[in-house]
Design a protein around this ligand. Structure first.
Ligand SMILES: [Mn+2]
Length: 345
């Protein structure tokens, strides 16, 4: 499949008249901000456009799309058949994806869309170039940063579009603190502020108060914290900290995925820990566990590629099937031993 330049991606976007923009399941600030900016920009250019996601947006992100006019996400969490019918009725001339590293991240919509995507724009190291045309810049700290560069020459960026992009940038850059933040990230953010972003308000929405449930989730997490050392060929001893959450915990404490907040990076942030791992039972599936890996010096994408997943060098995810939590932990430690590599840059 074609790898194209940003200019070519822009031409594909501007040549289309009816556009569907796909974002990934368990939507985050970056994919929602990117999709919202693209929908608003397309409409401003006189096109018809909407976004689609196989999961409903979490309440915390609804402010990004809370804009007068037609809903930005015309499809949000519907069954695959309904989504397919709605897209057929719309008859798009371009289906594109933003912030989607591979088609499995389309969740329940994977089979509906995977062979019909004309343009992929992403910032994850390319695992599969699934679209007809693919633009990937894995140096960008967010997809929104790329979407800014795509849209900027079109002269369409107003305060709403800028706000969506700003929300994307601060979501994926951890509020400008991750190593892939560059001077370019700050330059784009500065230009967005000049376009009318209320950055303090967006910050408050994304990183402000925590709900009681988020604190309950954190309390549970601290309680399950365990330390392991894996011995890897390429890294030597790898100090791991792991937190876990079972379906029973979530039921007992009324915790949903939206409440998990920053738990994913909690274990990594402990002094002396190389790899932080968050393992949670997938709702309703007792033997499937979802994994999140975070590290500052170990390339966790290499580990996750062997755990049915992948992602960024410092932040990756995967899935594992295991008879029990203990069995899952054993398999995870084996994968760390076998596949951990130091981050090269
Ligand atoms: Mn992203």
């Amino acid at each position: 499949m074609n790898e194209i330049t940003l200019e070519e991606a822009r031409n594909i976007f501007t040549s289309a008249e009816r556009i569907v923009i796909l974002s990934h399941y368990r939507p985050d600030g970056d994919c929602v901000g990117s999709a919202a900016a693209l929908v608003l920009a397309a409409r401003k250019l006189g096109k018809k456009a909407f976004a689609a996601d196989s999961d409903e947006l979490p309440q915390k992100l609804s402010f990004i799309v809370d804009i007068p006019g037609d809903p930005i996400y015309a499809i949000s969490g519907e069954e695959a058949d309904a989504a397919s019918d709605a897209v057929s009725a719309f008859s798009p001339d371009l289906i594109m994806s933003a912030d989607v590293a591979e088609t499995s991240l389309l969740g329940r919509y994977e089979d509906v869309f995977k062979d019909r995507i004309g343009l992929k724009i992403d910032h994850h190291p390319p695992r599969s170039q699934f679209a007809e045309n693919n633009y990937v810049d894995s140096t960008a700290s967010s997809c929104a940063q790329i979407i800014y560069r795509l849209l900027e020459p079109l002269g369409v960026i107003d305060a709403d579009i800028a706000s969506a992009l700003y929300a994307g940038i601060i979501s994926d850059s951890g509020n400008f603190k991750y190593p892939d933040v560059s001077s370019e990230t700050h330059r784009v953010a500065a230009e967005l502020i000049d376009a009318g972003v209320n950055h303090a308000a967006i910050n408050e929405r994304l990183f402000g108060k925590r709900t009681r449930n988020e604190i309950e989730a954190l309390r549970l997490a601290v309680d399950t914290l365990e330390y392991f050392t894996a011995y890897s060929q390429k890294c030597g001893p790898v100090s791991c900290a792991m937190i876990s959450m079972t379906n029973e915990d979530r039921r007992d404490y009324g915790i949903c995925d939206d409440d998990l907040g920053e738990i994913q990076s909690f274990a990594r942030d402990i002094e002396g820990v190389d790899v932080g791992i968050f393992i949670r039972q997938i709702s309703g599936e007792n033997n499937m566990y979802k994994l999140s890996f975070r590290s500052d010096k170990t390339d966790v994408s290499k580990i996750c590629e062997h755990l049915d997943g992948g992602g960024h060098t410092r932040a990756s995810g995967g899935r594992i099937y295991a008879a029990s939590l203990d069995a899952a932990v054993k398999d995870i430690m084996a994968a760390v031993s076998a596949y951990a590599e130091p981050i090269s840059e």
